[in-house]
Ligand binder design. Structure first.
Ligand SMILES: C[S@@+](CC[C@H](N)C(=O)[O-])C[C@H]1O[C@@H](n2cnc3c(N)ncnc32)[C@H](O)[C@@H]1O
Length: 315
Protein backbone atom coordinates (compact mmCIF):
# COMPACT_ATOMS: atom_id res chain seq x y z
CA UNK A 1 0.00 0.00 0.00
CA UNK A 2 1.90 3.05 -1.23
CA UNK A 3 1.32 6.37 0.52
CA UNK A 4 2.83 9.06 -1.70
CA UNK A 5 3.33 12.21 0.34
CA UNK A 6 6.39 14.46 0.49
CA UNK A 7 6.83 15.69 4.08
CA UNK A 8 7.11 19.43 4.58
CA UNK A 9 9.80 21.03 6.79
CA UNK A 10 10.92 17.52 7.72
CA UNK A 11 14.27 18.22 9.43
CA UNK A 12 13.19 21.55 10.92
CA UNK A 13 10.14 19.97 12.60
CA UNK A 14 11.87 16.92 14.06
CA UNK A 15 15.36 18.30 14.81
CA UNK A 16 13.76 21.09 16.82
CA UNK A 17 12.03 18.51 19.02
CA UNK A 18 15.52 17.26 20.04
CA UNK A 19 14.41 13.62 20.22
CA UNK A 20 16.37 11.51 22.71
CA UNK A 21 16.59 7.83 23.57
CA UNK A 22 13.89 6.48 25.84
CA UNK A 23 11.53 9.39 25.18
CA UNK A 24 7.79 9.24 24.54
CA UNK A 25 6.77 11.20 21.44
CA UNK A 26 3.49 11.85 19.65
CA UNK A 27 2.87 12.37 15.94
CA UNK A 28 -0.60 13.94 15.98
CA UNK A 29 -1.07 13.71 12.19
CA UNK A 30 0.67 10.54 11.01
CA UNK A 31 -0.35 10.58 7.33
CA UNK A 32 2.30 8.69 5.35
CA UNK A 33 4.63 8.73 8.36
CA UNK A 34 7.39 10.76 6.70
CA UNK A 35 8.08 12.78 9.84
CA UNK A 36 7.63 9.66 11.98
CA UNK A 37 10.22 7.71 9.99
CA UNK A 38 12.76 10.48 10.41
CA UNK A 39 12.10 10.83 14.16
CA UNK A 40 12.37 7.07 14.66
CA UNK A 41 15.68 7.08 12.79
CA UNK A 42 17.07 9.51 15.37
CA UNK A 43 16.45 7.34 18.43
CA UNK A 44 17.51 3.78 19.31
CA UNK A 45 15.01 3.35 22.14
CA UNK A 46 11.71 5.00 23.02
CA UNK A 47 8.17 5.21 21.70
CA UNK A 48 6.31 7.19 19.09
CA UNK A 49 2.50 7.19 19.20
CA UNK A 50 1.02 8.12 15.82
CA UNK A 51 -2.52 9.50 15.51
CA UNK A 52 -4.56 9.77 12.35
CA UNK A 53 -8.32 10.00 11.92
CA UNK A 54 -8.09 8.65 8.38
CA UNK A 55 -8.54 4.90 8.11
CA UNK A 56 -6.46 4.72 4.93
CA UNK A 57 -3.49 6.41 6.63
CA UNK A 58 -3.62 3.98 9.56
CA UNK A 59 -4.04 0.90 7.32
CA UNK A 60 -1.07 2.00 5.19
CA UNK A 61 1.01 2.61 8.31
CA UNK A 62 0.19 -0.87 9.65
CA UNK A 63 1.74 -2.32 6.50
CA UNK A 64 4.57 0.13 5.90
CA UNK A 65 5.77 0.26 9.53
CA UNK A 66 4.94 -3.37 10.46
CA UNK A 67 8.40 -4.11 11.94
CA UNK A 68 8.21 -1.18 14.39
CA UNK A 69 4.75 -2.22 15.57
CA UNK A 70 5.95 -5.63 16.82
CA UNK A 71 5.96 -6.15 20.61
CA UNK A 72 9.46 -5.58 21.92
CA UNK A 73 10.53 -3.44 18.97
CA UNK A 74 13.00 -0.65 19.79
CA UNK A 75 12.21 2.07 19.05
CA UNK A 76 8.50 1.29 19.10
CA UNK A 77 5.60 2.71 17.14
CA UNK A 78 1.97 2.61 18.30
CA UNK A 79 -0.90 3.72 16.07
CA UNK A 80 -4.16 5.33 17.12
CA UNK A 81 -7.04 5.67 14.67
CA UNK A 82 -8.66 8.72 16.20
CA UNK A 83 -8.91 12.48 16.12
CA UNK A 84 -6.07 14.26 17.91
CA UNK A 85 -8.73 16.03 19.95
CA UNK A 86 -8.75 12.85 22.08
CA UNK A 87 -5.01 13.02 22.66
CA UNK A 88 -4.80 12.72 26.44
CA UNK A 89 -7.64 10.21 26.75
CA UNK A 90 -6.14 7.92 24.09
CA UNK A 91 -2.65 8.10 25.61
CA UNK A 92 -4.01 7.14 29.02
CA UNK A 93 -5.83 4.20 27.40
CA UNK A 94 -2.48 3.03 26.02
CA UNK A 95 -0.98 3.29 29.51
CA UNK A 96 0.88 6.59 29.02
CA UNK A 97 -0.40 8.79 31.79
CA UNK A 98 2.67 10.68 33.01
CA UNK A 99 3.35 13.04 30.22
CA UNK A 100 5.17 13.12 26.89
CA UNK A 101 8.59 14.37 25.77
CA UNK A 102 7.53 15.86 22.46
CA UNK A 103 4.67 16.22 20.01
CA UNK A 104 4.30 17.49 16.47
CA UNK A 105 1.39 18.40 14.21
CA UNK A 106 1.58 18.58 10.41
CA UNK A 107 -1.87 19.95 9.74
CA UNK A 108 -4.18 19.79 6.77
CA UNK A 109 -4.67 17.05 4.25
CA UNK A 110 -2.21 14.52 2.87
CA UNK A 111 -1.48 14.11 -0.83
CA UNK A 112 -3.46 10.82 -1.08
CA UNK A 113 -6.50 12.54 0.45
CA UNK A 114 -6.32 15.10 -2.35
CA UNK A 115 -5.33 12.70 -5.09
CA UNK A 116 -7.84 9.90 -4.41
CA UNK A 117 -10.64 11.31 -6.51
CA UNK A 118 -13.46 9.64 -4.58
CA UNK A 119 -12.54 11.43 -1.33
CA UNK A 120 -14.15 14.54 -2.80
CA UNK A 121 -11.48 16.98 -1.51
CA UNK A 122 -10.36 18.22 -4.89
CA UNK A 123 -12.05 20.50 -7.38
CA UNK A 124 -9.92 18.81 -10.04
CA UNK A 125 -11.72 15.44 -9.91
CA UNK A 126 -15.40 14.72 -10.19
CA UNK A 127 -16.71 12.92 -7.09
CA UNK A 128 -19.47 12.99 -4.52
CA UNK A 129 -19.08 16.02 -2.23
CA UNK A 130 -17.43 14.27 0.69
CA UNK A 131 -14.26 15.87 2.18
CA UNK A 132 -14.30 13.81 5.39
CA UNK A 133 -10.86 12.95 6.73
CA UNK A 134 -12.50 10.46 9.08
CA UNK A 135 -14.58 8.14 6.90
CA UNK A 136 -16.75 7.09 9.87
CA UNK A 137 -17.96 10.65 10.51
CA UNK A 138 -21.56 11.44 9.50
CA UNK A 139 -21.16 15.07 8.49
CA UNK A 140 -19.82 15.59 4.98
CA UNK A 141 -19.61 18.43 2.46
CA UNK A 142 -22.80 17.26 0.72
CA UNK A 143 -24.76 17.87 3.92
CA UNK A 144 -23.25 21.30 4.53
CA UNK A 145 -23.79 22.48 0.97
CA UNK A 146 -27.36 21.20 0.81
CA UNK A 147 -28.70 21.99 4.27
CA UNK A 148 -27.02 25.08 5.73
CA UNK A 149 -28.73 28.45 5.46
CA UNK A 150 -27.43 31.04 3.00
CA UNK A 151 -25.91 33.03 5.87
CA UNK A 152 -24.23 30.01 7.44
CA UNK A 153 -22.71 29.07 4.08
CA UNK A 154 -21.50 32.61 3.43
CA UNK A 155 -19.92 32.76 6.90
CA UNK A 156 -18.05 29.49 6.35
CA UNK A 157 -16.73 30.58 2.94
CA UNK A 158 -15.64 33.93 4.31
CA UNK A 159 -14.25 32.90 7.69
CA UNK A 160 -12.44 29.70 6.69
CA UNK A 161 -11.60 30.49 3.07
CA UNK A 162 -11.27 34.29 2.94
CA UNK A 163 -13.53 34.07 -0.11
CA UNK A 164 -14.47 37.62 -0.98
CA UNK A 165 -17.42 36.48 -3.10
CA UNK A 166 -18.77 34.40 -0.21
CA UNK A 167 -22.22 35.99 -0.25
CA UNK A 168 -22.65 35.67 -4.01
CA UNK A 169 -21.55 32.01 -3.91
CA UNK A 170 -23.82 31.18 -0.96
CA UNK A 171 -26.76 32.84 -2.73
CA UNK A 172 -26.12 30.84 -5.91
CA UNK A 173 -25.78 27.56 -3.95
CA UNK A 174 -29.14 28.09 -2.27
CA UNK A 175 -30.78 29.05 -5.59
CA UNK A 176 -29.41 26.02 -7.46
CA UNK A 177 -30.14 23.46 -4.77
CA UNK A 178 -33.84 24.37 -4.96
CA UNK A 179 -33.87 22.63 -8.35
CA UNK A 180 -31.94 19.56 -7.13
CA UNK A 181 -29.24 18.84 -4.52
CA UNK A 182 -25.68 19.82 -5.45
CA UNK A 183 -24.18 16.35 -5.28
CA UNK A 184 -20.72 16.43 -6.79
CA UNK A 185 -17.49 18.45 -6.76
CA UNK A 186 -17.92 19.42 -10.40
CA UNK A 187 -21.51 20.58 -9.83
CA UNK A 188 -20.26 22.78 -7.00
CA UNK A 189 -17.41 24.13 -9.15
CA UNK A 190 -19.98 25.12 -11.81
CA UNK A 191 -22.11 26.91 -9.22
CA UNK A 192 -19.06 28.81 -7.91
CA UNK A 193 -17.96 29.78 -11.41
CA UNK A 194 -21.45 31.07 -12.18
CA UNK A 195 -21.58 33.05 -8.93
CA UNK A 196 -18.39 35.07 -9.26
CA UNK A 197 -17.79 37.92 -11.69
CA UNK A 198 -16.07 37.12 -15.00
CA UNK A 199 -12.94 39.17 -14.21
CA UNK A 200 -12.41 37.19 -11.01
CA UNK A 201 -12.73 33.90 -12.90
CA UNK A 202 -9.86 34.90 -15.16
CA UNK A 203 -7.41 36.05 -12.51
CA UNK A 204 -5.78 34.40 -9.52
CA UNK A 205 -5.98 30.69 -8.78
CA UNK A 206 -8.78 28.24 -9.44
CA UNK A 207 -12.11 29.96 -8.69
CA UNK A 208 -13.21 27.12 -6.38
CA UNK A 209 -9.97 26.88 -4.38
CA UNK A 210 -11.01 29.04 -1.44
CA UNK A 211 -14.53 27.64 -1.18
CA UNK A 212 -13.25 24.06 -1.21
CA UNK A 213 -10.71 24.87 1.50
CA UNK A 214 -13.41 26.52 3.62
CA UNK A 215 -15.83 23.60 3.31
CA UNK A 216 -13.08 21.12 4.16
CA UNK A 217 -12.21 23.06 7.33
CA UNK A 218 -15.89 23.13 8.32
CA UNK A 219 -16.57 19.44 7.56
CA UNK A 220 -13.60 18.35 9.69
CA UNK A 221 -14.01 21.02 12.42
CA UNK A 222 -10.34 21.68 11.83
CA UNK A 223 -9.94 24.90 13.79
CA UNK A 224 -11.98 23.84 16.84
CA UNK A 225 -10.12 20.57 17.33
CA UNK A 226 -6.75 22.25 16.83
CA UNK A 227 -7.32 24.76 19.60
CA UNK A 228 -8.49 22.14 22.10
CA UNK A 229 -5.74 19.68 21.25
CA UNK A 230 -2.91 22.22 21.52
CA UNK A 231 -4.05 23.18 25.01
CA UNK A 232 -4.07 19.51 26.00
CA UNK A 233 -0.67 18.86 24.42
CA UNK A 234 0.91 21.75 26.32
CA UNK A 235 -0.61 20.44 29.53
CA UNK A 236 0.81 16.91 29.16
CA UNK A 237 4.28 17.93 27.90
CA UNK A 238 6.99 17.19 30.45
CA UNK A 239 9.36 20.00 31.43
CA UNK A 240 11.92 20.39 28.63
CA UNK A 241 9.53 18.67 26.20
CA UNK A 242 8.86 20.41 22.90
CA UNK A 243 5.92 20.98 20.57
CA UNK A 244 6.26 21.65 16.81
CA UNK A 245 3.28 22.72 14.70
CA UNK A 246 3.21 23.11 10.91
CA UNK A 247 0.27 25.10 9.56
CA UNK A 248 -0.79 25.76 5.98
CA UNK A 249 -3.27 28.60 6.29
CA UNK A 250 -3.41 31.84 8.24
CA UNK A 251 -6.38 30.84 10.43
CA UNK A 252 -4.49 27.83 11.76
CA UNK A 253 -1.29 29.80 12.29
CA UNK A 254 -3.18 32.46 14.22
CA UNK A 255 -4.50 29.82 16.62
CA UNK A 256 -1.03 28.37 17.22
CA UNK A 257 0.49 31.82 17.67
CA UNK A 258 -2.22 32.86 20.11
CA UNK A 259 -1.99 29.74 22.25
CA UNK A 260 1.83 29.82 22.33
CA UNK A 261 1.62 33.48 23.37
CA UNK A 262 -0.93 32.72 26.09
CA UNK A 263 1.40 30.18 27.73
CA UNK A 264 4.73 31.98 27.14
CA UNK A 265 3.87 35.47 28.34
CA UNK A 266 2.70 36.67 31.74
CA UNK A 267 1.15 39.94 32.70
CA UNK A 268 2.68 40.93 36.00
CA UNK A 269 0.49 43.41 37.87
CA UNK A 270 2.31 46.71 38.36
CA UNK A 271 4.12 46.92 41.67
CA UNK A 272 4.32 43.15 42.19
CA UNK A 273 7.92 42.55 43.42
CA UNK A 274 8.20 38.95 42.13
CA UNK A 275 6.24 36.53 39.95
CA UNK A 276 4.50 33.82 42.02
CA UNK A 277 5.07 30.28 40.71
CA UNK A 278 1.48 29.82 39.55
CA UNK A 279 1.79 32.94 37.35
CA UNK A 280 5.06 31.96 35.66
CA UNK A 281 4.93 31.13 31.95
CA UNK A 282 4.69 27.44 31.05
CA UNK A 283 6.21 27.72 27.57
CA UNK A 284 9.28 29.24 25.98
CA UNK A 285 9.14 30.09 22.28
CA UNK A 286 12.00 28.37 20.44
CA UNK A 287 11.49 30.60 17.41
CA UNK A 288 9.85 34.03 17.51
CA UNK A 289 9.13 34.14 13.80
CA UNK A 290 7.71 31.03 12.12
CA UNK A 291 10.18 28.84 10.24
CA UNK A 292 9.39 28.59 6.52
CA UNK A 293 10.62 26.34 3.75
CA UNK A 294 14.09 26.85 2.27
CA UNK A 295 14.54 27.88 -1.37
CA UNK A 296 15.35 24.31 -2.38
CA UNK A 297 12.30 22.89 -0.59
CA UNK A 298 10.09 25.55 -2.20
CA UNK A 299 11.41 24.45 -5.56
CA UNK A 300 10.85 20.75 -4.94
CA UNK A 301 7.63 20.60 -2.95
CA UNK A 302 4.68 22.71 -3.96
CA UNK A 303 2.88 22.04 -0.67
CA UNK A 304 5.66 23.80 1.25
CA UNK A 305 4.78 27.27 -0.07
CA UNK A 306 2.29 28.19 2.62
CA UNK A 307 3.87 26.12 5.42
CA UNK A 308 4.81 27.79 8.72
CA UNK A 309 6.44 26.01 11.63
CA UNK A 310 6.26 27.19 15.23
CA UNK A 311 8.13 25.43 18.04
CA UNK A 312 7.90 25.90 21.80
CA UNK A 313 9.42 24.25 24.88
CA UNK A 314 7.69 23.42 28.17
CA UNK A 315 9.34 25.10 31.12
C1 LIG B 1 -0.29 16.66 6.05
S1 LIG B 1 -0.74 15.06 6.48
C2 LIG B 1 0.58 14.48 7.49
C3 LIG B 1 1.74 13.97 6.70
C4 LIG B 1 2.85 13.35 7.52
N1 LIG B 1 3.42 14.28 8.45
C5 LIG B 1 3.92 12.77 6.65
O1 LIG B 1 5.07 13.22 6.71
O2 LIG B 1 3.61 11.84 5.89
C6 LIG B 1 -1.98 15.32 7.66
C7 LIG B 1 -2.62 14.05 8.21
O3 LIG B 1 -3.24 14.42 9.44
C8 LIG B 1 -4.49 13.82 9.53
N2 LIG B 1 -5.30 14.70 10.39
C9 LIG B 1 -5.67 15.97 10.14
N3 LIG B 1 -6.40 16.45 11.15
C10 LIG B 1 -6.46 15.47 12.09
C11 LIG B 1 -7.08 15.36 13.38
N4 LIG B 1 -7.78 16.35 13.89
N5 LIG B 1 -6.92 14.20 14.05
C12 LIG B 1 -6.22 13.16 13.54
N6 LIG B 1 -5.64 13.20 12.31
C13 LIG B 1 -5.75 14.33 11.59
C14 LIG B 1 -5.01 13.71 8.11
O4 LIG B 1 -5.93 12.66 8.01
C15 LIG B 1 -3.71 13.46 7.34
O5 LIG B 1 -3.49 12.09 7.16
Amino acid sequence: MKFKHTSVLLHETIDNLKPRNGGLYVDATFGGGGHAKYLLSKIDTGTLVGFDQDEYAIKSAELNFANLLQPGSEPKLELVHDNFSNLEKDLVKLGYSDGIDGIYYDLGVSSPQFDQADRGFSYRYDARLDMRMDQSQDLDAYQLVNTLSQKELADILYQYGDEKFSRQIARMIVERRREKPIATTFELVDVIKDAIPAYARRTGGHPAKKSFQALRVAVNHELDVLQASLEEAIKILRPGGRISVITFQSHEDKIVKKIFKKYSEVEVPRGMPFIPDDMKPTLRLVNRKPIVASASELENNNRSHSAKLRVAEKL
